[in-house]
Design a protein around this ligand. Structure first.
Ligand code: FE
Length: 211
């Protein structure tokens, strides 16, 4: 099965000089633009989208809506690709998104054991740890240990299920709605939804500590 090949070079220094990777990207972009293969303006639009519009705030909106709208929650669990598209969030062509629901008895977490496949349309770009070899291997062998490293200790009788993403199939976790949020608006609930709670390595924020 094909996987994303997006193992970027994150090891940039703090100097003003361009890194080796940045120089290569710039050279490649120049050549491709000169030959007419790419439109620099279109690239700018894509980069701007990743910097501003695409991020975990989209997933937080999806989760908060599922918490307050039973019909949307059903639609999300049935076909997450379609449900997030109904909110105007667009998947890459061919991508299939699956939402998995946490319950008191079942905790879900997502990983890509081969590389770094990630549901970017709802979560944005993956954090560095998601792409790290220790997370990718230990998430499967020792999920409870990984969760403990994240400060998350689940009851011993809560089952943990690990979902392995691929280039075609991505997962997002629908965390449990925190107690003490009765009557909260979607907007207020969305603030509680952390990125890690949608990867399964964390829980939503405590409503007592949220404004
Ligand atoms: Fe992958």
């Amino acid at each position: 099965m094909a996987h994303d090949d997006d193992h970027g070079d994150h090891d940039n220094g703090h100097g003003s000089e361009l890194s080796e990777m940045q120089l290569r990207v710039r050279a490649l972009e120049t050549v491709l633009a000169e030959k007419g293969y790419i439109d620099p303006a279109a690239l700018d639009v894509m980069i701007e989208a990743y910097e501003t519009r695409i991020g975990p705030h989209n997933g937080a909106r999806v989760v908060a809506k599922a918490w307050t709208d039973p019909a949307f929650k059903r639609a999300l669990l049935e076909d997450a690709t379609k449900a997030v598209q109904s909110l105007g969030l667009i998947n890459r062509v061919g991508d299939h998104l699956i939402a998995v629901e946490n319950t008191p008895k079942l905790h879900n977490m997502i990983v890509c054991t081969l590389c770094s496949c990630y549901p970017w349309e709802v979560l944005g770009l993956p954090p560095v740890w998601y792409k790290s070899a220790p997370y990718r291997s230990r998430a499967v062998n020792d999920p409870r240990g990984v969760l403990a490293d994240f400060g998350l200790r689940l009851p011993a009788d809560t089952q943990i299920r690990v979902w392995d993403s691929t280039a075609e199939t991505r997962f997002m976790v629908l965390p449990m709605r925190p107690a003490g949020t009765d009557g909260w608006s979607e907007e207020r609930l969305a603030v509680l939804v952390t990125r890690d709670s949608m990867v399964g390595t964390g829980l939503p924020k405590n409503p007592a500590g949220a404004a």
